[in-house]
Ligand binder design. Structure first.
Ligand code: ADP
Length: 263
């Protein structure tokens, strides 16, 4: 009888604590969800005024006769850079907010990743040239994969952009791509400033940037790798970094992608 009563009490206690925790959790969960929706809506709404600002600045730049040493030209130049930076940040925030809301659709199309990779290399070439950085590209014969070409391209762009940003003038940045029946492998290697072991896991967190004094000079807002991680994980892949301060970093990505045998 005693055991029965004890079990009854235990059962009641479990039921009460379950309902209490549920009651306590619901408003918190709701608040988080409202916050995510707010970030997504706000980022979306901010894009329009930002693009109006950018096109107005471009128009101002074209219509007036500017001399590079003019104070007003310098102000306009700063304004343009800041608007561009904010546009990028708002776009990144929107991507992450949508990933939180899980409204982003998983696209799976069969495509050849090579032209996308080549285009991405072309788009970062100017940035590399401005720092006399040598870009190397090596890829396996076939890069036919299943997945989202836009997301995979965005992923590659984030890694290449970082590799160039965090590599001093005259360094090297290499991209290796390979695909087999199961996986797409991406490796981006640089001879840059490197990442301290204590930071290597945190760099994938939102807004995390390593030692502010070293990276402050280099533009960025700490969202790129969070987006990269989200893309990779949404395809059940892995992203790893190996790095040594002052020597360079290597980011390796493996994404399971089914490659059709009959291609
Ligand atoms: P951002 O580059 O905009 O600051 P990321 O999320 O892409 O944001 O990167 C987070 C941080 O990780 C960077 O601020 C930088 O400190 C570090 N990092 C990323 N890639 C590299 C790299 N290739 N070499 C050295 N540090 C890097």
């Amino acid at each position: 009888i005693l055991l029965g009563i004890a079990l009854l009490f235990l059962g009641v206690a479990v039921v009460i604590s379950y309902y209490m925790s549920k009651k306590a959790m619901t408003p918190i969960t709701k608040a988080f969800s409202r916050q995510r929706e707010f970030v997504a809506d706000a980022s979306h709404e901010l894009r329009t005024p930002l693009s109006v600002m950018l096109s107005s600045i471009n128009a101002m730049e074209m219509t007036a006769e500017w001399k590079k040493e003019d104070y007003s030209y310098k102000l306009l130049f700063n304004l343009k850079n800041e608007v561009k930076r904010m546009t990028q940040m708002v776009g990144d925030l929107l991507t992450l907010a949508r990933s939180d809301l899980e409204t982003a659709e998983q696209v799976n199309e069969r495509f050849d990743f090579r032209p996308f990779a080549e285009k991405t290399m072309e788009s970062v070439q100017t940035l590399a040239d401005s720092k006399q950085i040598n870009l190397f590209f090596e890829a396996s014969e076939s890069l036919i994969v299943y997945g989202d070409s836009q997301k995979f391209t965005q992923l590659l762009y984030i890694l290449l952009d970082n590799a160039i940003k965090y590599t001093p003038n005259g360094g090297n940045v290499s991209l290796f791509l390979a695909a087999d029946e199961k996986d797409l492998m991406m490796k981006v290697q640089d001879t840059g400033i490197g990442i301290d072991a204590k930071d290597q896991q945190q760099i994938f967190d939102r807004f995390y940037r390593t030692d502010k004094s070293r990276t402050r000079q280099i533009g960025g807002h700490g969202l790129g790798l969070a987006i990269a991680k989200w893309i990779v994980e949404s395809y059940k892949g892995t992203i790893r970094v190996s790095s040594e301060l002052g020597k360079g970093s290597t980011f390796t990505i493996k994404i399971p992608v089914y490659k059709s045998k009959d291609y």
